[in-house]
Design a protein around this ligand. Structure first.
Ligand SMILES: [Zn+2]
Ligand SMILES: [Zn+2]
Length: 171
């Protein structure tokens, strides 16, 4: 595993599920976040389980978070790209690292995010890939137009980056 061809097959098989999950997360985040600027969310799905069982079982969705925190109520500046709130991807990676530290390193993961990761989050996600190869791919619903550098950083570090609408269905 940890081969991009396999991840592509996995994503093709579950395109609709990722799309639905991301739309659900977007709605949830827009209702629940304390960030004044926007609501977004991300999570991590494991594709190894899927292959292991050799069937079409649902991806294992987990480690899901929305952006912002309690402190956002007081600190969010509402500025594009620098409102100061904690990003959903950062919270996701933080939980994922704690989880991985407790067991055998969990390989073959896909990080899914409502918006494409910003430069800073892309560097953090890339670090996970460089250090232990734990994240293979990033899937997003909407491009973060004010910070498209994140996608370049992820790709330069060997991650497969796919907008969910561009995923080829597995036939
Ligand atoms: Zn904010
Ligand atoms: Zn970010």
């Amino acid at each position: 595993m940890s081969c991009q061809t396999d991840v592509r097959v996995y994503l093709g098989r579950h395109k609709k599920l990722f799309e639905n999950r991301l739309r659900y997360l977007k709605e949830l985040a827009e209702t629940e976040t304390h960030c004044r600027r926007k609501g977004t969310g991300s999570g991590i799905a494991n594709c190894f389980m899927d292959y292991k069982e050799d069937c079409d079982e649902y991806p294992i969705f987990g480690c899901e978070f929305i952006n912002g925190s309690e402190s956002s109520k007081k600190t969010c500046t509402n500025q594009v790209g620098s409102c100061g709130c904690i990003h959903a991807e950062f919270k996701t990676i933080h939980a994922f690292i704690i989880q991985n530290a407790e067991c055998i390193i969990n390989l073959d993961n896909v990080l899914y995010s409502v918006y494409s990761p910003c430069t800073s989050c892309a560097n953090l996600i890339s670090l996970c890939r460089i250090q232990d190869g734990s994240i293979d791919a990033v899937v997003h619903l909407i491009d973060t137009e004010h910070d498209m550098r994140g996608i370049d950083i992820l790709r330069a570090n060997g991650l497969l980056v796919m907008k969910v609408s561009d995923i080829q269905l597995d036939s």
